[in-house]
Design a protein around this ligand. Structure first.
Ligand code: C5P
Length: 394
C-alpha cells in the first residue's frame, strides 16, 4: 500500500456497531504512512471512544461543527481542503440518506459537501435495511455522483441476521483506498516534470531566485507515479523529500534545468513544466564576493532559455503541459502563453495565492477551451490535472 504513503485521509465514523473496526483501520493507514484525521458523529462515540481514535491517529478527533476551539485550529473548510481522501466507515443507512440528500447538519456531512477530495463510503447495516428501496435509491444517487462504495460484504451480522450489510474488513478497506490512488491511467508512460525555483549566481555567496516551494511539481510527481508512470522530476533547490519511486535530478540554474530536460524528454510521453524558472541571469558571475563600494550597483541581466518552449520545438515532442502563475487577467494571459509557447495544455493560477501555499485554484486552458477546478490541496489538484492530461494523451 505504498500509494497511501503521505496521503491525508479524513476518516468519518458514523454510528454503527462496525465503528469498533475503525481502530484497526486507522492503525493500517498510519502504518502505510498516511496522515489520518478522524471526524466522528455523536452516535459513533457510543461504539468507539474519541480518545481511542485520537491515540491511534495521533490527531485530535473532531466531533462538532460548532466547536469554537476546533475552528480556531483547523476550520471545517480548511479541513475539507486538507483531505486527499474522505472515507466514511462505517456508513450507516441514515448517513447514506443524509449524504445522498446533501445534508450539512453535522461536521461530517458538511465536510463531505465542501470537500473537493475523492469520497469513499463503507456501508454497514442490517441486511433488511441495505436491501430496502430507499437505501438502494440513495446508493444509486451516491454512485452516480462519483462516490466510491466499498462493500458491503455478506455474512453473519451483529443482530444475528445473515445477508448483505457487513462492513468490509479493515484490510480490504485499506486496500480499496490504496487502489483509488493507483489508477494505472499512466501505466507505461514516461512523465518528465520540472519543479521548484532556479538559482542564478551573482557571486560565490549570492544568487537571484523566487518563492517557488516546489509543492505542485512534487505532488504531480507523486501522483503520476501512483498512476503507474515512470517519473523523472528535474528539481531546483527546494526543501521537500524525494517522492517515493520517482527519479529526481537536482539542478540549480535554468541552463542546468534545460540540459537535464532535453536529455530526459528523449523517450518521454509527457513533459510538465511546473518550475518557476528565472527569466534572467547575471551576465557575469563574479569569482569573488561583490564588495559594497558605491551607493548604487548595476547588475546586467541576460535572458535565460525558455525550457518549455525548447521542448515544444523538438521534432519528436511529447505532450507539453505548462503552468502560468499570473497576478491579473489569468485566463487571457494563460491563453496567450499557451499559444506563444505552443503548449497542449496549460494550468493557470494566481501567483500570489499559490506560491508556498498548500491549496491552489487552477484554470485548465487548451485550444478547445477552459475549465476552472475548485480550490483544493495540491495533491487533489495534481490528480485532476493528470486525469485531464491522460485523457489528452489518449
Ligand atoms: O513565461 P512564464 O514564466 O510565465 O511561463 C511559465 C511556464 O513556462 C511554466 O510552465 C514554466 O515552467 C515555463 N518556463 C520555462 N522556462 C523559462 C520560463 C518559464 O520552462 N525560462
Amino acid at each position: 500500500m505504498l500509494s497511501l504513503s503521505n496521503k491525508r485521509i479524513l476518516l468519518g465514523i458514523t454510528g454503527g456497531i462496525a465503528a469498533y473496526k475503525c481502530a484497526e483501520l486507522t492503525r493500517l493507514f498510519t502504518k502505510a504512512g498516511a496522515d489520518v484525521r478522524v471526524v466522528m458523529t455523536k452516535a459513533s462515540t457510543e461504539f468507539v471512544t474519541p480518545l481511542t481514535m485520537q491515540a491511534l491517529s495521533g490527531n485530535r478527533v473532531q466531533l462538532d461543527l460548532l466547536d469554537a476551539e476546533a475552528e480556531a485550529g483547523m476550520g471545517h473548510i480548511e479541513l475539507a481542503r486538507w483531505a486527499d481522501l474522505i472515507l466514511v466507515a462505517p456508513t450507516t443507512a441514515d448517513a447514506m440518506a443524509r449524504l445522498a440528500n446533501g445534508h450539512a447538519n453535522d461536521l461530517l456531512t458538511t465536510l463531505v459537501l465542501a470537500a473537493p477530495a475523492t469520497v469513499a463510503l463503507a456501508p454497514a447495516m442490517n441486511q433488511g435495511m441495505w436491501a430496502d428501496q430507499s437505501t438502494q435509491a440513495n446508493l444509486a444517487t451516491l454512485q452516480q455522483r462519483g462516490f466510491h462504495i466499498f462493500g458491503p460484504a455478506a455474512g453473519e451480522q451483529a443482530c444475528g441476521d445473515i445477508g448483505l450489510g457487513r462492513m468490509l474488513e479493515p484490510l480490504e478497506i485499506a486496500k480499496a483506498c490504496a487502489a483509488l490512488f493507483e489508477t494505472g491511467k499512466l501505466a507505461g508512460k514516461h512523465v518528465v516534470i520540472t519543479g521548484g525555483p532556479t538559482r542564478e549566481a551573482l557571486d560565490p555567496v549570492r544568487f537571484l531566485t523566487n518563492h517557488s516551494s516546489g509543492k505542485m511539481a512534487y505532488a504531480l510527481a507523486q501522483e503520476a507515479y501512483s498512476a503507474g508512470a515512470k517519473v523523472t522530476l528535474i528539481s531546483g533547490p527546494v526543501n521537500l523529500p524525494k517522492p517515493d519511486g520517482v527519479i529526481r535530478i537536482d539542478v540549480t540554474t535554468a541552463s542546468e534545468m534545460l540540459a537535464a530536460s532535453l536529455q530526459a524528454v528523449d523517450d518521454a510521453d509527457i513533459f510538465i513544466g511546473v518550475a518557476a524558472v528565472a527569466d534572467y541571469r547575471p551576465a557575469t558571475v563574479e569569482t569573488t564576493k561583490i564588495k559594497k563600494k558605491s551607493d548604487q550597483l548595476e547588475i546586467l541581466l541576460i535572458r535565460n532559455p525558455d525550457i518549455i518552449s525548447e521542448v515544444s520545438k523538438l521534432p519528436k515532442r511529447p505532450l507539453v503541459v505548462g503552468f502560468a502563475a499570473e497576478t491579473e487577467n489569468i485566463l487571457e494571459n494563460g491563453t496567450a502563453k499557451l499559444e506563444k509557447k505552443n503548449l497542449d495544455l496549460l494550468f493557470a493560477n494566481n501567483a500570489v495565492e499559490t506560491f508556498n501555499n498548500d491549496n491552489i485554484t487552477v484554470t485548465a486552458i487548451s485550444k478547445q477551451g477552459s475549465q476552472e477546478f475548485p480550490t483544493s490541496n495540491k495533491n487533489v489538484a495534481a490528480r485532476r490535472m493528470l486525469s485531464l492530461i491522460s485523457d489528452r494523451l489518449n
